[in-house]
Design a protein around this ligand. Structure first.
Ligand code: CP
Length: 298
């Protein structure tokens, strides 16, 4: 794997290998050093978790890290994103972590590069490392994905997290359903839609999505979102004993979830964030090791 752009790039075997590496990082075993390798983090959309956990993952691996601030870069002078990345490659950067608003441009952007690119979120496209950390968090709780009932709830239409997770969970054998207001359903995804009451009561994993106000044009939800599509205390009380709650965050407290449930015993929201560092270390190690292998083979 040269780049990580989409969960389409990832097989079940690769996921197992990444989990193995992430578990070792979680146990404090490093045993691998990317000393003197440069990473550049380009975040052209806002981020707290992804940007900072990539920074920590890179530093823990011994990398030198450049933060490319879009507003202070030559992107503002009209340089293309491809030319910006080629520039970073020319001056010695080996890994670019990229968040930007346009979906569907990454294949072209990453063509014929010697550095590796990790997609840290491309508009409404995909968010593969969020997906991998979600899967890792689920795997810590359940023996197998096969037959696991996962409900993804909320703003499906604008969610790159829903897209990556629905694809990967299906590939791993989970039974994935959606719940969403009709304005935020996505006909391009073929999953069954169920009510939020069913989602809460029947799923092993209830994955809540953020309402993405910044991506809405005309599709504002009218009414009480929490009562209709959110996780209320009543719905949480109906969940199965071992069921867990995920949310990629940031959380709109009192919208997707009752504020008092964000840190409830079945919530894994902050575990997801902690796991994000280990999963990102595992992804970076895998890409950089394969880049070295590629250089030796040529
Ligand atoms: N989950 C996630 O991508 O959060 P950030 O937007 O803060 O990176």
């Amino acid at each position: 794997m040269k780049h990580l752009l989409s969960m389409k790039d990832v097989t079940p075997h690769m996921i197992t290998e990444l989990f193995h590496k992430a578990s070792r990082f979680k146990q404090g075993v490093v045993g691998w050093d990317a000393d003197r390798k440069f990473a550049a983090n380009i975040f052209l959309e806002p981020s707290t978790r992804t940007k900072n956990s990539f920074y920590i993952a890179e530093k823990k691996l011994g990398m030198d890290v450049i933060d490319v601030n879009g507003a202070e870069s030559s992107l503002t002078k009209g340089e293309s994103l491809r030319d910006t990345i080629k520039t970073l490659e020319s001056i010695g950067v080996e890994l670019v972590v990229l968040r930007q608003a346009e979906e569907g441009i990454l294949q072209e952007l990453s063509k014929d590069l010697s550095l590796s690119i990790i997609n840290a979120g491309d508009g409404t496209g995909e968010h593969p490392t969020q997906c991998l950390l979600d899967l890792f968090t689920i795997a810590e709780e359940f023996k197998s994905f096969a037959g696991l009932k996962v409900a993804i709830a909320g703003d499906i239409k604008h969610s790159r997290v829903a897209r990556s997770n629905a694809r990967a969970l299906r590939m791993l054998g989970a039974d994935v359903s959606f719940t969403a207001p009709s304005i935020w359903q996505d006909p391009a995804l073929s999953n069954e839609y169920i009510s939020m009451d069913e989602a809460a009561a029947e799923s092993d994993v209830l994955m809540l999505l953020r309402v993405q106000h910044e991506r809405h044009c005309q599709e504002a939800f009218s009414g009480n979102y929490l009562e209709t599509y959110g996780l209320t205390k009543r719905r949480e009380a109906s969940m199965k004993k071992r069921s867990i709650i995920l949310h990629p965050a940031p959380v709109n407290r009192g919208v997707e979830i009752d504020s008092s449930l964000v840190e409830c015993p079945r919530s894994r929201i902050f575990s997801q964030m902690a796991n994000g560092v280990n999963i990102r270390m595992a992804v970076i190690q895998t890409l950089l090791e394969e880049a070295v292998l590629h250089v030796h083979q040529n």
